[in-house]
Design a protein around this ligand. Structure first.
Ligand code: SF4
Ligand code: SF4
Length: 131
């Protein structure tokens, strides 16, 4: 009885174990896997990231005017779909130039899809890739 009372008294003056979310945001872990970022200048267009991606969230699609980059003889342009990405890190693991051409940032992934055109434009990119 006395122990419980003392415990209750201690808890009364202890710091809360919870945080005031979403006013106070949780600090991200140093190994937090957020949005995939791409360094076009360093990319060698080997497409290893595209092949390694389980849900197909990275696409290199042919374009008429590819990015002006000496290493890009492929005529392809990089596209990434953060709504499809499962944040598994496999693309970065497959990339021969991790941290330069491709890396996983600690930026928060988007929550939900507010605009249906996101899907439509991605389907269009997939179609261009197939054709
Ligand atoms: S983190 Fe995974 S799902 Fe996201 S783009 Fe890379 S390989 Fe694809
Ligand atoms: S694996 Fe890296 S170097 Fe190769 S295409 Fe992807 S981002 Fe570029």
């Amino acid at each position: 009885m006395l122990t419980s009372f003392l415990k209750a008294l201690t808890n009364l003056f202890a710091k809360p174990q919870t945080i005031d979310y979403p006013v106070t945001l949780i600090e991200k872990d140093k190994d937090y896997r957020g949005l995939i970022e791409y360094g076009e200048e360093e990319c060698i267009y080997c497409l290893k990231c595209e092949k390694a991606c389980p849900p197909g969230a990275i696409l290199f699609v042919p374009v008429e005017n590819p990015p002006k980059n000496e290493k890009n003889k492929s005529g392809l342009k990089y596209h990434y779909n953060p709504h499809l990405c499962i944040y598994c890190h496999e693309c970065v693991r497959a990339c021969p130039k991790p941290d330069e051409a491709l890396w996983q940032s600690n930026k928060k992934p988007p929550i939900g899809i507010k605009d249906d055109r996101v899907n439509d434009s991605w389907f269009e990119l997939e179609r261009l890739k197939r054709d």
